[in-house]
Design a binder for this molecule. Structure first.
Ligand SMILES: NC(=O)C1=CN([C@@H]2O[C@H](COP(=O)(O)OP(=O)(O)OC[C@H]3O[C@@H](n4cnc5c(N)ncnc54)[C@H](O)[C@@H]3O)[C@@H](O)[C@H]2O)[C@@H](O)CC1
Ligand SMILES: [K+]
Length: 480
């Protein structure tokens, strides 16, 4: 479990309607329960709270503990600095309680003079995951004061020993951390307390995944992704256009490589068109397309590219030589199905629907939300890449973990929404995301854009409408 994932899961939990009040209540209650289970009841307990949400957990713990213990709450810092609504709310409750003694400590020298020898347990809720840099005064003095009682009173830290990772930190007997063990936390005993996150958070893609995948990399043109889309044939020009169009909202530059014959129909100043001679891609084009690929961060290959034998040769040859992260979509999936070995050692995402999945792997994915992902994980592992299986629920796996996405609606069975998806996933790859994160966030955004179109016009819309809604979908995600 990484801190980065905690950030994503908090947002996704909010999306599911789990409020920060609920989480804080469960966190504080878990701390209190752990203390009573380990050390008994009828104790004299000092709770040291800071003004962040770690302190808020301390307020809740103090209330729970006060039922059967003698509790003193030390607020270290200024009451006006208590930041979040949920922490303020719990502070407000504490202030109404006559059986919890409250002391506000603003002055370091006063903290240094405190005598805590009457306490059996000291709860450390000064600083948690929001800590930046070395502890500053007056928190620092409070940490040092608590440490004077190490070995005398039991010291229980909330989430992590305050000060961590600095060496100026509380010498905790035990730290109560929430829901997941965090790999980064080393050097102290952890007790993990569940605070009400459901299993969905492991698997369900939400706005947190998209928000994280969309964060900006730099302020200069080209720093925020360059994508090459390779597609089109004498029969199709709309598919590569839709993929490029959708991608152009997310990355700085989109190159669109197409056979000249269909490229003529594209007239969009936002795309950098690279027409190739002839009506379809052939082996002759490989070298020149590779040269363009050299200058980009990621590639999408397949939309509208057709299934002619000479084009299949082109696709396989291109994939054999290209080193760029690549999204393999539509007809390119059928080409790859004939020679999965070209994918060896590459960074890639396959984006099949159920039928294409069967062509690739010889098995049709179906069954429950337990069985279907199993097959996707197995095949992703076997092929050494990431699979995004499209469906009412999209299923995504990198061979290790699996995710599913629920955004989208029936209107999206209209032709071309898969191309929009491929473009979005490619763009997110070009932004430097891992294939798993790019595929997850792309599926979410595509479905969300589709849901936003549905909201406006009902279920009869086109893929171009979906592509056009990408900016609003992105805005919604970033503001969530
Ligand atoms: N979903 C969540 O995010 C949950 C978070 N919870 C609690 O919330 C905590 C994180 O809360 P916050 O983000 O408010 O952060 P913290 O409570 O860890 O600390 C932030 C506060 O400390 C101050 N501060 C930061 N670095 C400092 C330093 N070096 N010296 C002195 N003061 C410093 C900041 O100005 C701010 O007021 C977690 O550790 C956990 O205890 C729990 O309520 C459970 C759910
Ligand atoms: K703490």
């Amino acid at each position: 479990m990484r801190i980065e994932d905690v950030y994503i899961w908090d947002i996704n939990a909010k999306w599911l309607g789990i409020s920060p009040y609920q989480l804080m209540e469960n966190a504080g209650a878990g701390v209190a329960r752990t203390i009573e289970e380990r050390f008994g009841k009828g104790l004299r307990i000092a709770v040291f709270s800071g003004t962040g949400n770690n302190g808020g957990d301390g307020f809740v713990a103090a209330r729970h503990l006060s039922f059967e213990n003698d509790v003193t709450l030390f607020l270290v810092g200024n009451e006006e600095k208590i930041r979040s609504e949920e922490a303020k709310h719990n502070w407000g409750i504490l202030k109404k309680l006559d059986f919890v003694k409250i002391k506000v400590l603003k002055d370091s020298s006063y903290i240094k003079s405190l005598d805590l020898s009457g306490f059996d347990v000291i709860v450390d809720a000064l600083l948690g995951a929001g800590t930046k840099g070395e502890p500053r005064e007056p928190i620092r003095s409070a940490i040092e004061k608590i440490n004077e009682y190490a070995g005398k009173a039991k010291i229980v830290s909330v989430d992590l020993p305050s000060g961590y990772p600095s060496s100026v930190r509380v010498k905790a007997d035990v730290a109560v951390t929430f829901q997941w063990d965090k790999e980064e936390y080393e050097g102290f005993e952890h007790v993990i307390v569940k605070i009400g996150y459901p299993k969905e958070l492991y698997h369900l893609v939400g706005p947190g995944d998209a928000k994280f995948a969309l964060r900006k990399r730099g302020g200069h043109k080209g720093q925020n992704g360059k994508l090459l889309v390779i597609g089109g044939s004498e029969d199709y020009f709309g598919a590569p256009y839709l993929a490029s169009k959708a991608a152009s909202y997310l990355v700085d530059l989109v190159y669109l490589a197409m056979p000249e014959y269909s490229a003529r129909r594209i007239n969009d100043p936002n795309l950098i068109l690279r027409p190739f001679g002839g009506r379809n891609f052939t082996k002759e084009d490989v070298e020149d397309v590779l040269a363009i690929a050299d200058g980009v961060d990621a590639v999408v290959i397949g939309p509208g590219i057709g299934q002619r034998a000479e084009t299949k040769e082109f696709i396989l040859e291109f994939l054999r030589w290209s080193e760029k992260p690549v999204v393999i979509d539509a007809d390119a999936l059928k080409a790859v199905a004939e020679d999965l070995d070209v994918l060896k050692g590459k960074k890639f995402i396959l984006t099949p629907h159920a039928g294409e999945f069967r062509i690739l792997f010889g098995e049709k994915p179906d069954g429950s939300l337990e069985e279907k992902p199993k097959l996707v994980v197995e095949k992703a592992k076997a092929v050494g890449g990431t699979i995004l299986l499209k469906g009412a629920y999209d299923i995504i796996s990198d061979g290790k973990v699996w995710k599913y996405n629920k955004t989208g609606n029936r209107g999206m069975t209209t032709g071309g929404t898969g191309d929009v998806l491929a473009g979005l996933v490619g763009a997110l790859l070009a932004l430097g995301n891992s294939p798993l994160k790019a595929a997850s966030a792309g599926a979410f955004l595509n479905g969300l854009a589709g849901d936003m179109v549905k909201e406006e016009v009902g279920e009869n819309f086109t893929a171009l409408d979906v592509a056009g809604k990408v900016p609003q979908a992105v805005k919604w995600v970033l503001e969530f």
